[in-house]
Design a protein around this ligand. Structure first.
Ligand code: GRF
Length: 220
């Protein structure tokens, strides 16, 4: 049996990405085990999802800590006690301090609902729809000390249409998030990801050089 990569998943809300990771593990598409789910909010629905699958949960309320660093140290203590090797941010609505980023250097992943480096930050599906881009998507990246800036692991592209709303585009992107996040974690579990400067090199990468998308499509 393949080695099960020990994960710590950090959430703040609904946890549909957490669910996708749980489902991928249960379907044996992902060689990992979730050692702990940590939420900064006690009402995060992701906690209910974790409990349903008998995954240990912790609530660490950021309002109870004097500084970002003190909060992040509390997270590190839990993650280390559970011997977590990869930290997975899944809708965790907090910026990480260098304390946490250094403790898990190139061992923290995040998913962002846009094609980075376009549209970093918040409310990016709305921004992409309003900007009139023809494509958007999602990005899984390693977390560095910048916001949504770390080396990119995998991206999925979806079309954007002029009548898209924040909701319709978010739903189209979210569906792809649920595919690529477990996929990115599996690549890490297989030891195939190597960060070299800004780039993430993937062992045995298959190239599809003719994979071109055009929107609106050109006839003929
Ligand atoms: C997702 O859109 C993700 O890209 C962003 O936060 C949202 C989390 O959704 N970072 P969920 O809690 O996984 O449903």
């Amino acid at each position: 049996m393949a080695r099960q990569l020990p994960l710590g998943v950090l959430i703040s809300g609904s946890g549909t990405n957490l669910q996708a990771i749980i489902d991928a593990i249960e379907a044996k598409r992902l060689d990992a085990v979730i050692r702990v789910v940590i939420s900064n909010r006690e009402d995060a629905f992701g906690l209910v999802r974790a409990k349903k699958h008998n995954i240990p949960t912790e609530i660490v309320d950021h309002r109870k800590f004097p500084s970002r660093e003190a909060y992040d140290q509390a997270l590190i203590d839990i993650l280390e006690a559970r011997q977590v090797e990869l930290v997975v941010l899944a809708g965790f609505m907090r910026l990480l301090s260098p304390v946490l980023v250094k403790a898990f250097s190139n061992r923290i992943m995040n998913i962002h609902p846009a094609l980075l480096p376009a549209f970093p930050g918040l409310h990016v599906q709305k921004k992409a729809a309003e900007h009139g881009v023809r494509f958007s998507g999602c990005t899984v990246h390693f977390v560095n000390e910048g916001c949504d800036e770390g080396p990119i692991i995998i991206q999925a592209v979806v079309p954007v249409y002029p009548d898209d709303t924040e909701e319709s585009l978010s739903a189209r992107i979210l569906k792809e998030e649920h595919r690529i996040y477990p996929g990115a974690i599996q690549l890490h579990s297989e030891g195939r990801l190597h960060v070299v400067g800004r780039k993430v090199l993937v062992d045995n990468l298959e190239k599809e050089e003719n994979q071109v998308l055009v929107n609106p499509p050109l006839k003929g």
